[in-house]
Design a protein around this ligand. Structure first.
Ligand code: GAR
Length: 208
């Protein structure tokens, strides 16, 4: 069993896709051992509770110094002793000590085709606003390993989604989730748990 911690900040639809994927057998040999949110009000925490998963909140607002938050966050992860950490709509800067400690064992879902519309300031709806403002005809989602940069780690899987006439950021966000995110994130988890993913020389490889 691949013991997995899922980090969330908001609605948690990607978390739900993982929970459902495990329940339906699309994701094999994965157990979510803990859900961690930086936001006490995140609906993702409700979803975890409904699925009977241990859920905790560690908020930067509860600490005077960022370093104290980073340490507290690392402790909450280490208590769960995961093999893998999934950032599923986790919208705070990941503590650098976490990235070092779990090298090549943290994946993130990003709602664009990296390297487009990624990096500092590109998260959530802002990504789709930028894609529409640029007038791209195709966007999508990316699952990548997390390194110390923002959205710079090895790309594991991408799926393209067409932009349609009349798309609003909200409509595009929803379609990217439905057509890409909720498919590729569960798929990546299943592949990692099956031992089919290798990272080497800054690139991720799927070995079927
Ligand atoms: C998702 O679209 C995810 O790709 C994005 O936040 C949303 C969270 O939705 N993540 C980022 O922008 C990371 N840079 P969810 O809470 O419903 O899964």
């Amino acid at each position: 069993m691949l013991k997995t911690v899922v980090c969330v900040s908001g609605g948690g639809t990607n978390l739900q896709a993982i929970i459902d994927g495990i329940a339906q057998g699309a994701i094999r040999n994965v157990q979510i051992v803990r859900v961690i949110s930086n936001n006490r009000k995140a609906y993702a925490l409700e979803r975890a509770g409904q699925a009977g998963i241990d859920a905790v909140c560690v908020s930067p607002k509860d600490y005077e110094e960022r370093e104290q938050f980073n340490e507290a966050f690392l402790r909450k992860v280490e208590e769960a002793d995961p093999d893998l950490i999934v950032l599923a709509g986790f919208l705070v800067v990941v503590p650098p000590q976490l990235i070092r400690r779990y090298e090549n064992r943290i994946i993130n879902i990003h709602p664009s085709l990296i390297p487009a519309f990624c990096g500092k300031g590109y998260y959530g709806l802002k990504v789709h606003e930028a894609a529409l403002a640029r007038g791209v005809k195709v966007t999508g989602a990316t699952v990548h390993f997390v390194d110390e940069g923002t959205d710079t780690g090895p790309i594991l899987m991408q799926k393209a989604v067409a932009v349609e006439d009349g798309d609003t950021p909200e409509r595009l966000q929803r379609r990217v989730m439905e057509e890409a995110e909720w498919t590729i994130l569960p798929k990546c988890l299943d592949l990692i748990a099956a031992g089919k993913v290798r990272v080497s020389g800054g690139q991720a490889y799927i070995e079927e």
